[in-house]
Design a protein around this ligand. Structure first.
Ligand code: SF4
Length: 388
């Protein structure tokens, strides 16, 4: 909590409002009325291009604040939950000269990046299951819970054992990650008497259900995506006749007189989905039924990454090298900014690529934790070419 005087100074627009004395603007009055809020972060402190209202809410209290007063800015989160919008706020600062005359790298962080709701739910579920098991029984995950080694290692230290196959599990609890699994794998787990905790993302579950439905309607199911990706394999396992097409070169796999029911891996880009549908439209197939199964969260990350690419000299995409959505982000960014680098963390960066660059952009896949992004941004902002 700061003093009334400090608050008045922090706000660029002090007013003559008499009550309550520590408040310097309308937003402050509202915050003040929610007694537990710290007043250090006056919501009127300076212009911002960031969103307003619910879209700008960074925590539950911000959300309530925005719900009550939609016209007020809520981007100065009082609970210090550090998310992409807060990072965005920091990114709005201009580069500052050092006493030596060196100029800091200006770093812009994508408005939407990092953990998606599906991944967050899977990690939260894992933590809950591990806490309940508290070492009394073994907790397994079929495949890495997310494509991020740091998170997998952290959860391994608290007892989550990652296995590749059902046969490796004899007793205990099995967590199904956000990618989901084929129904046959679930049956085998149940048959072994194992307790199953299903953290499959609801959007992935939806693709599985749609694929089943299409098959019941007499369509041959086509998945646009990567055949080896666990999400795609789970969907494949839901139907009997299925073809997976990654790009146009795979279209020869499809029956020319086929009646095709088409879905898409959730994290593909809308551009790729559209291009593939266009190519199929020219393929002379008897009937095409298309269900859009793209994930909006993935699309938002792609759109904000592309927007950022156009403003920066160099672009960094943070995330696991095996993460499909991160790879997709990196491909898209490369198309819009040739100086794009896909890395897992700051340690992997060849600092030579920063030479002569003034503005850097940072985005991250849906399986990249905030702390990886924060650490990278911190180093980038402090980077001095002379130090290497
Ligand atoms: S990227 Fe989308 S579909 Fe995939 S886990 Fe996250 S929210 Fe679910």
């Amino acid at each position: 909590m700061v003093s009334p005087l400090a608050i008045g100074k922090a706000c660029a627009k002090p007013t003559a409002l008499p009550l309550p004395p520590v408040v310097c603007c309308l937003g402050g009055i509202v915050k003040r009325s929610l007694r537990s809020l710290a007043m250090a972060d006056c919501p009127c402190a300076g212009p911002s291009p960031r969103p307003t209202g619910l879209a700008a809410a960074t925590c539950l209290r911000d959300f309530a604040f925005a719900l009550l007063f939609p016209s007020l800015r809520v981007d100065s989160c009082p609970c210090l939950l550090y998310n992409s919008r807060v990072r965005g706020a920091r990114a709005a600062f201009e580069p500052k000269p050092r006493s030596t005359g060196t100029v800091y790298m200006k770093v812009l962080v994508a408005e939407k990046c990092g953990f998606c709701p599906g991944v967050r739910n899977a990690i939260h579920t894992a933590e809950k299951v591990l806490a309940q098991a508290s070492g009394r029984e073994q907790v397994y995950c079929l495949g890495p819970i997310i494509h991020n080694e740091d998170v997998v290692e952290r959860l391994a230290r608290t007892g989550l054992r990652t296995v590749k196959a059902v046969d490796e599990i004899d007793t205990g609890t099995v967590l199904i990650r956000s990618h989901g699994v084929a129904p046959s794998a679930l049956e085998r787990l149940t048959g072994r008497g194992l307790q199953i905790v299903d953290a499959t993302c609801v959007l992935v579950k939806r693709v599985q259900q749609i694929a089943k439905q299409l098959e019941q309607e007499g369509y041959e199911v086509v998945i646009i995506g990567e055949e080896n990706h666990p999400e795609v394999q789970g969907v494949m396992g839901c139907v009997n006749n299925v073809a997976v097409v990654a790009d146009e070169s795979d279209l020869h796999k499809l029956p020319s007189d086929g009646k095709l029911g088409i879905v898409c891996q959730t994290t593909q880009s809308p551009e790729h989905f559209g291009r593939m549908l266009g190519a199929m439209g020219q393929g002379g197939f008897r009937e095409l039924k298309v269900i859009n199964t793209l994930c909006k969260e993935a699309i938002k990350r792609q759109e904000s990454a592309i927007a950022l690419c156009q403003k920066v000299d160099i672009m960094f995409v943070l995330g696991g090298l095996h993460s499909a959505n991160t790879r997709r982000l990196a491909e898209l960014c490369k198309n819009h900014n040739s100086e794009t680098f896909h890395l897992q963390n700051w340690q992997e960066l060849d600092k030579n690529v920063l030479s002569g660059k003034k503005i850097a952009g940072v985005t991250a896949g849906a399986s990249t934790p905030n702390w990886v992004i924060d650490e990278f941004v911190k180093h980038l902002e402090a980077f001095d070419e002379k130090d290497g």
